[in-house]
Design a binder for this molecule. Sequence first.
Ligand code: NAP
Length: 298
Amino acid sequence: MTNDFMEQANDKSPLTLLGLGAMGTALARTWLAAGYPLTVWNRTAARAEALAPEGAKVAASAAEAVAASELVVLCLLDDASIDATLDGVDLTGKDLVNLTTSTPEQGRARAEWARERGARFVDAGIMAVPPMIGVPEAGGYIFYSGSLELFDAHQEVLAVPVGTKYVGEDAGFAALYDVALLSSMYGMFGGITHALALIGKEDIAAKDLAPLLADWLNAMSSSVHLFAEQFDSGDQEGDSASNLAMQVAGIPTFRDTAAGQGISTELLDPYFDLMKRQLAQSRDANSTGGTVDLLRTR
Ligand SMILES: NC(=O)c1ccc[n+]([C@@H]2O[C@H](COP(=O)([O-])OP(=O)(O)OC[C@H]3O[C@@H](n4cnc5c(N)ncnc54)[C@H](OP(=O)(O)O)[C@@H]3O)[C@@H](O)[C@H]2O)c1
């Protein structure tokens, strides 16, 4: 190692990363490439040792890895694997950043768990897949919530792999934002699946429909803002250009077309049913955003 490189490395604050699966390994490589002193630990040691040639310091145990740095990043499979990894490990004075996917309740409980052990804590939700890590133009980022002091203190190092978005002191919010965005994605996947099923028996290549679908979904994505405005304001008038009664009147067209193509409408039916319930509540309602209220279970 040259003196120049050592000086550069010494400028950067050290960190520890526990968990070197696909995501953890991608994250580790960006910190190593940027010259951050990185201590790593993984349950299966071979995955940690694979990073040693790139400059990672391999700890023999999770406790040794945690002891090596103030900033400790977790990227494990699930909430239970955090207990399995950190049971009995001294966390006093540590800054814990949990990139492990969790529920809002798990994020809040983990914040309390960390506080009881003398550590500051932020939970996180990763809006990226491993190939997007270290590739700024790919647009990935990570939601963070919990201790603002911790986030401010380490924002520079946290921003190395992908962008950062801090969404509040409530440690459950990062997971909530994460699951909200991913849930909307599954709605979109359902729509794409239905569209491809519709053309499935015809002499239409899916790859020919794909660009049309992508452009249409892009054009319709601005509905997000309309729904949000209606939801925030409680506006029931909504968008009279595409009023709810007109949309409900169109439901048989979707059902009959699907039946004609020999496919089920099971992916669309729940949303159609909500639209009908919303219209039944108020004939004047134009706001499909109002259907949000119908989903409340408590
Ligand atoms: N990959 C993605 O596209 C993606 C995207 C967004 C968020 N995430 C989140 O990132 C986290 C890590 O994902 P990943 O893709 O890296 O998963 P992965 O490749 O399956 O790796 C899982 C990691 O967790 C460790 N682990 C599992 N059970 C454990 C236990 N009981 N005790 C200690 N360590 C345990 C594994 O260790 P071993 O090597 O010993 O098995 C491995 O390091 C997950 O919470 C995931 O939801 C992933």
